[in-house]
Structure formats: structure tokens, C-alpha cells
Design a protein around this ligand. Structure first.
Ligand SMILES: [Zn+2]
Length: 134
């Protein structure tokens, strides 16, 4: 059995009223200055006002587009690292969250906003699909 590592990113994402794909996400460095995330930008990869997105993520997107004829692959903020774990006397693959991925196209704020959007959307759709069954 694989042991699941907990996501170390625990940032609060709040929907921007009237903008279904925009979120304000608190900064881990400065609680007074949240970052604006727009998930509709960059073909659904998202855009963020933070320095990490402006410098590293945007650069990674641009480099990929130059390398792959205008296309790029979304790469998450966190990078899983495979290790081995001895469980019940046998070796098992074990994944731990290692560090921010240097090739990321998502900053941690976009990661948090995507999780929030997914959770809210799944809840809304499941309520709608199951409303006649209660
Ligand atoms: Zn960000």
C-alpha cells in the first residue's frame, strides 16, 4: 500500500464575485497582500500576480512554447519524488512531495485556486446530479 503524503500547500483561495475563474489567494510571505489568480488565462494553466509566476512560471511557459511550436504542457508547482519503503518485509514504491518543481508552469497560488475550483465545482455538480435521489 502506498503512503500518501499530505499537500504542504495550505493557502486560502477565495472566489472573486462575478468572475467564476478568478480567485484571491493569500500569500505565504505577506498575509496582507493576496495574489489575484485567473484560471482562464494561458489555456487554462492560469495566471497569477505573484513574483514566482511572473518570473519562473511565465518563463517556463515561454520556453516550452518556443520549443514545441507554440504548445506547452502544464506542470504543477509540486514535484513528487519516488522512494522505497519496506512494508511487511517487502519493498514498496513510496511518493513524497519533494520540493517546488523547477519546470513548473503553476505557482502555488494557481495550485491552490485550481484545488478550490475543482472542489467547489465537483460539489455543485454532485448536488445537482443527486438532488432527486434524496
Ligand atoms: Zn502565484
Amino acid at each position: 500500500m502506498l503512503a500518501a503524503a499530505m499537500n504542504p500547500i495550505n493557502l486560502k483561495a477565495t472566489h472573486v464575485t462575478g468572475q467564476p475563474l478568478c480567485f484571491m489567494v493569500n500569500s505565504s510571505d505577506d498575509a496582507q497582500t493576496p495574489h489575484l489568480v485567473d484560471l482562464s488565462r494561458n489555456e487554462g494553466n492560469g495566471y497569477c500576480t505573484c513574483k514566482d509566476f511572473q518570473v519562473r512560471c511565465s518563463s517556463n511557459i515561454k520556453q516550452q512554447k518556443e520549443k514545441y511550436n507554440g504548445k506547452f504542457r502544464r506542470i504543477d508547482y509540486i514535484m513528487l519524488e519516488q522512494t522505497e519503503l519496506i512494508l511487511d518485509g517487502s519493498k514498496k514504491k513510496h511518493y513524497v512531495i519533494a520540493k517546488p518543481n523547477p519546470n513548473r508552469t503553476l505557482c502555488k497560488h494557481i495550485h491552490a485556486a485550481r484545488q478550490k475550483w475543482c472542489n467547489v465545482t465537483l460539489k455543485d455538480i454532485s448536488i445537482e446530479l443527486n438532488q432527486d435521489q434524496d
